[in-house]
Each structure stands twice: as structure tokens, then as C-alpha cells.
Design a binder for this molecule. Structure first.
Ligand SMILES: [Zn+2]
Ligand SMILES: [Zn+2]
Length: 250
């Protein structure tokens, strides 16, 4: 299982950090988790086009996690190179209604021309999607927010929070994971409701007992040395601070 951080940034546009998005590649399957602005271009940097994505999971529908779905759907209509492969989008409750409004706002311009698109709304539980067993749980951000755990056929696991505050759901999802990708939006003294700060991310990772921790979703300015120091005093596993196009092989 190869995991690429497409965007390690946030709502604030940045040349250094694109908005949220992670690509999981396994057995010729390309799975996208979140599709924030800038990540469509990052996919192109990896040689992955709108033909190649098999399934998209959304943690929630804030713009920094989903806006590049618009150019993706618009481009995928383009003849003679229109997308042919069916597409499934997976997200929490309320996403279908949001998606229908988005489609109607753009009239027919985002509608698939030569492929079919299915929205699967999930709540909490576990289900097989392609080559992965996927477990999903509510996390503390907005009503729709879900965290995901992907397990490969070889038993490796990656867990992704999207945006979340400290919560039991995320600790349960992350139990013993090979890699947990957690948001860490702001420094301690600027804590935002519904988001983590370094000490809470460290506490969560420690309680989940994950093998590796990758922190992402850094609002500028962020002092990576301070984050590393603060998290390492709490969490003893291997710690990574995400940058765009960072890769993990599990
Ligand atoms: Zn966000
Ligand atoms: Zn958000």
C-alpha cells in the first residue's frame, strides 16, 4: 500500500502546502481521500489523471477538503477523452443532498457524459470497498465528518482523521494502526473548536497506540520544531510532519 500526501495545508491558499488530500495506491487501485484545492494538480505530478481514480472518500464537505471535485468532474466530461470508468464517492450523511445542489448549481456541466457516478452515504461501521476493508466512524468536527481506517489484504492499516477535535471515535479507529494521519491545525495557544493542537494530537496517537503518526493540515504560520517537540514528549512512536508529496509504503 503506497500512501501519498497530496496536500498538507488548510483553508489558507499556499504555494508550499495545498489543501487536504491523500492518495492510497494498491493493486492498481487509486483511492482518494479528500480533494482539496491544488490536489488535482498534485495527482498530475504523480501521473494520475481523472481516468485513473477509482473511488473518492470525503471526510466532510468543507471547501479545503472537496473543491477540486469540481474541475475533476468538469474535466472528466471532455470529449474525445472523456472518463469511461465508473466512479464511486463515499461520504457521511448529508453528502448526497449537498452533491445534488452542487450539480444543479453548475447545471449539466459537471454531469458524467460517458461514465456512471454513484454516491454511497455511510454512517458508522465497516465495509469492503475494492481491495480495502474500510471502517468509518464519526469524528468531532461537523455533523457529516467521518474518519476512515483502510486495511489492505496483507493486514496493513492507515487511518485518516480529516478535520477533528480530540474524540473517542478517532482513538478507536486508530487502534494499533500502522500509520495514523491526523490533523494538527494550530499551535497550542490558538486552539480552534473542532480541531487538534499538538498536545491533543500526541495524546490521541498515544491512546490509539499507532505505530507511526503523520501530522498534517497546518495553518500558517506553523513552527514545525515546536510541534515536533510538543508531540514527542507525549507520543513515543515514529513521528512525521507532512509536506506535500510525502510518501509512505506500508
Ligand atoms: Zn480542513
Ligand atoms: Zn473542516
Amino acid at each position: 500500500m503506497k500512501i501519498t500526501i497530496l496536500g498538507s495545508g488548510t483553508a489558507v491558499p499556499s504555494l508550499e502546502r495545498n489543501s487536504s488530500g491523500v492518495l492510497i495506491q494498491e493493486e492498481d487501485t487509486n483511492t482518494l481521500i479528500d480533494f482539496g484545492y491544488g490536489t488535482l494538480k498534485q495527482l498530475l505530478n504523480l501521473g494520475v489523471t481523472y481516468h485513473d481514480i477509482d473511488r473518492i472518500f470525503f471526510t466532510h464537505n468543507h471547501p479545503d477538503h472537496m473543491c477540486d471535485l469540481i474541475p475533476f468532474l468538469f474535466g472528466a466530461r471532455h470529449r474525445p477523452a472523456a472518463r469511461k470508468k465508473d466512479l464511486e464517492i463515499v461520504a457521511g450523511p448529508g453528502f448526497q443532498e449537498f452533491f445534488d445542489k452542487l450539480m444543479s448549481a453548475f447545471k449539466h456541466w459537471l454531469a458524467p457524459s460517458e461514465y456512471s457516478l454513484q454516491i454511497s452515504e455511510i454512517d458508522e461501521g465497516s465495509k469492503k470497498f475494492g481491495c480495502h476493508q474500510v471502517t468509518f466512524k464519526k469524528v468531532r468536527h461537523i455533523e457529516m465528518s467521518r474518519g476512515y481506517r483502510f486495511e489492505s489484504s496483507s493486514g496493513k492499516s492507515v487511518v485518516l482523521s480529516g478535520d477533528t477535535d480530540y474524540c473517542q471515535g478517532m482513538i478507536e479507529l486508530g487502534q494499533g494502526a500502522d500509520l495514523m494521519i491526523l490533523e494538527c491545525a494550530t499551535p497550542e495557544e490558538e486552539k480552534l473548536p473542532g480541531h487538534l493542537v499538538p498536545s491533543l494530537a500526541g495524546k490521541l496517537a498515544k491512546e490509539a497506540d499507532c505505530k507511526k503518526l503523520c501530522l498534517t493540515h497546518f495553518y500558517p504560520p506553523c513552527d514545525l520544531d515546536v510541534i515536533r517537540e510538543s508531540v514527542s514528549t507525549i507520543y513515543g512512536g515514529e513521528l512525521f510532519l507532512a509536506r506535500d508529496l510525502m510518501q509512505f509504503e506500508l
